[in-house]
Each structure stands twice: as C-alpha cells, then as structure tokens.
Design a protein around this ligand. Structure first.
Ligand code: NAD
Ligand code: DAO
Ligand code: ZN
Length: 392
C-alpha cells in the first residue's frame, strides 16, 4: 500500500482495424497508489466483451490510446485512498463502468443526475463521468498507469481498465460483493449478463405471455433470451446471421430462430410481423448495427411494441425510421448496464447467482491466461466464444 506496483497488463497502444490479430501487448506497467476517494484493486479475472473490441477497432468516439482496456471483471481491494469508507483492503469487488454516487440529497455539490426529484430516474450517475470518459482519475485529472518500458502515461478505460493485474478505480465504481463469491464466474456480472437481464426486467419490463424478438445471439442477446423466458414470454424469436447460433439459442430459450440471410431481399421485420400476426411486443438489438436497430423497431406491434437498443453503434452511425412508426405507438428506447444501479444492485445479482436463481456458467465458453488474451479476441471475432474469462 502507498507505493507504486509493477505488474503485467495488456496494453492497447493504438486502434487496430484487425483487432483479433495480436490485438494487445503484454507488458509491465506501473500502477500508482490510489489518490483520495480511490481504490487500488488486484484484478483476478476479467472477461472480454464486444465493447472492448469496438473501442480497439477505433469505433468508439471516446476511445483514447494508449490505454488499458477491459471493463468486465472481478477482484480484491489491495489498498484504499484517503476518505474511502465503503470498501477496505481484502474486500471482493466487481468494478462497475457505470458508477453510482449515493448522493441523493438536494445539495448543490451533489450529483446532478441523482439528487432531489431525480432520484431513481436513471442508473446513469454522472458524478465521475467526465473523468471516466477522459480516461483519468477525478482527484488530480491524471491516469494512474504508466508503461514500465517507456514511462508513457496510459489512459484508463470506462473507469475500469481490467486488463491489468492491478487497477485504480473511483470508490463510486466499486461494488462490494460477499466474501464467498467465486470471482472466476461473478466477473461476468460487471457487464454482459447484468446488461441483458436488466434490459428485460428494468428497461422493457417484459410481462408473461409476451412475444419477444432478440437480434444478435452473443452473450448479451442470450442473456436477454434467458430473462424473457424467466419473465414468462410465450414466444421468443432469436435472429442471427450465423446458423451455428441456432442450437445455442434454443438452449437459452428461443422458440424460433430466424436467419435473415434466408429471406433474400425481404426486410426481416416483414417476416417477423407476418410470423407473429402483427408484430412483437418487445424487441432487443444486441448487435450494434444501426440497420438491425431499425428492423427491431419495425418488427414491433402497432400501438404498444417496445424496442430496446442495447448494441453500441460505431462513431458517426445514425438510426432512422419513418416517424409514423412512433406516431402509431411503437416505442424506441435504450439501456446501459440494463438499467441496474451498479453499486447497490450488483451485490444482489451475486446473491441471486449464489442462490442458484441466476446462472453464469453457461456463458463461459473459454478460459485463458493473461499472456493469451489475444486468443480471446480471436475467438470472439470468429463467433466461437460467448465469454472468454481471462485469468489475470
Ligand atoms: P457478440 O459479438 O458476442 O455477439 C453479437 C452477435 O450478433 C453475434 O452472434 C453475431 O453473429 C450477431 N450479429 C451480427 N450482425 C448481425 C446482424 N446484422 N443480424 C443479426 N445478428 C447479427 O457481442 P456481445 O458481447 O453479446 O455484445 C453485443 C452488443 O451489445 C455489442 O454491440 C456491445 O457493444 C453491446 N453492449 C452494450 C451494453 C450496454 O450497456 N448497452 C453492454 C454490453 C455490450
Ligand atoms: O453518463 O453521460 C453518460 C454516458 C454513459 C455511457 C455509459 C455506457 C453506455 C453503454 C456502453 C457499454 C457497453 C459496455
Ligand atoms: Zn450520481
């Protein structure tokens, strides 16, 4: 505690169009001690999410380089900076890219998005957002990472930077979880699973007997399917370009699988409207493709169908539809981290997993050591993996 730590990290030196080829470089980094309000965490396990690849390939308008990527992880608190009260050394934590400030009183210095009449309106706490977006820490506006080789400062990523054996987080980003939580599986709650489950229960609020369509059968899409099934949906339609996803999607709960490439030029929304006798009650984009987002909206039933955008589209991309789609009652909405308030709700998700009510194991298809992290990018690129857990 109190001193810089030298450890291994996977560095993204620059954007890479072909991100699956030797994506990151494993090198020694220096991780400075936590400043006031900060926490240094030993990351034990991290998983690769498509959003890391999206940033690495240069599609993220906020992407900064050189950086330490990774935002889905779990670890153990190594030391805390001045004034930190909610975690202590030895605590197990899940770093949360979406922070939560707990500042609800109407003080002028409290978080503008979380205080007063705004309490409960959103999970998108804004307290440290200007700093996490800029890849630095709030107390001094600087990163805590340096390359041991060149001395160059390395930016933080999404306020997490999990692809390093040690990282520094804002206290607002640390969800303390129970001491007996298995970190090698619970790390998935740091993004993909919470996002998919929350999109269904918090954002769409799917009811029993609903008809749902899910576009994109990666981890996020499969978590959406699982949650739709749990919510009692009677028809769950999985849509993916890759036929290999069919049997997997069935295991997670789809009643129908549709591959848009089998319908020639016919818009897939037309196919879905026809097969459901008017359209779906809820649709979810889990691809990040803006054309798919349009199809997902237009596959919705007139009058009430809701479409939830989960996928993250590349810089400069725009969505479009005819306004008549909205005039006639369809609702277009989106969600980040499934609408979950991170620090307060992630520990409850851990409890539910440990009680056997929610399952994480089916999403972990591969495990690699940090030295093989590039294999995780390759597996994802080839559509061979759901989550690859990186043992740090
Ligand atoms: P993934 O790469 O594992 O899965 C994407 C799936 O979409 C693949 O099965 C692929 O075959 C399919 N697909 C691609 N193009 C398609 C198309 N045109 N039509 C139908 N299917 C198509 O990705 P993931 O980790 O599951 O993440 C999915 C998306 O969610 C990404 O865009 C990611 O950035 C985003 N995401 C958003 C949040 C959030 O909080 N909003 C959180 C996590 C991930
Ligand atoms: O608070 O101003 C803001 C923006 C918050 C953005 C949160 C991230 C959005 C979803 C991408 C996450 C994928 C891991
Ligand atoms: Zn806040």
């Amino acid at each position: 505690a109190g001193k810089p730590i030298e450890c291994d990290a996977a560095i993204a030196w620059e954007p890479k169009k072909e991100y699956w080829k030797d994506a990151l470089t494993i090198e020694k980094v220096i991780v400075d001690p936590p400043g006031p309000g900060e926490v240094r965490v030993k990351i034990t396990h991290a998983a690769l999410c498509h959003t890391d690849a999206f940033t690495l390939e240069g599609s993220d308008p906020e992407g900064l380089f050189p950086a330490v990527l990774g935002h889905e992880a779990a670890g153990i608190v190594e030391s805390v900076g001045e004034g930190v009260t909610t975690v202590k050394p030895g605590d197990k934590v899940i770093p949360c890219y979406q922070a939560e400030c707990f500042e609800h009183d109407q003080h002028s210095d409290h978080c503008p998005r979380c205080r007063g009449y705004r309490v409960g309106k959103t999970n998108l706490c804004g307290k440290i957002r200007p700093y996490t977006g800029a890849g630095v820490m709030k107390s001094d506006g600087k990163p805590r990472f340096r390359s041991a080789r060149t001395g160059e400062a390395l930016y933080h990523y999404m306020g997490v930077s999990a692809f390093s054996q040690y990282t520094v987080l804002h206290e607002e980003s640390c969800a303390k979880i129970r001491d007996d939580a298995p970190l090698e599986t619970m790390n998935l709650l740091g993004c993909g699973l919470a996002t998919g489950w929350g999109a269904v229960q918090n954002t769409a609020k799917v009811e029993p007997e609903s008809i749902c369509a899910i576009f994109g059968m990666g981890t996020v899409g499969l978590a959406v399917i699982e949650a739709c099934k749990r919510a009692g949906a009677k028809q769950i339609i999985g849509v993916d370009l890759d036929d290999n996803k069919k049997s997997l999607a069935e295991e997670f709960g789809v009643t129908d699988f549709v591959n848009p490439t089998k319908f020639g030029d016919r818009p897939i929304q037309e196919v879905l409207v026809e097969m459901t006798g008017g359209g779906v009650d809820y649709s979810f984009d889990c691809t990040g493709n803006v054309k798919v987002m349009r199809s997902a909206l237009e596959a919705c039933h007139i009058g009430w169908g809701k479409s939830v955008v989960i996928g993250v589209a590349g810089a400069g991309q725009e969505i479009s539809t005819r306004p008549f789609q909205l005039v006639t009652g369809r609702v277009w909405m989106g969600t980040a981290f499934g609408g979950f308030k991170s620090r307060s709700e992630v520990p409850k998700l851990v409890d539910q997993c440990m009680a056997g009510e929610l399952k994480v194991d089916p999403y972990i298809t591969h495990q690699v050591n940090l030295s093989n992290i590039n294999r995780a990018f390759e597996l994802m690129h080839n559509g061979e993996s759901l989550r690859t857990v990186i043992y740090m």
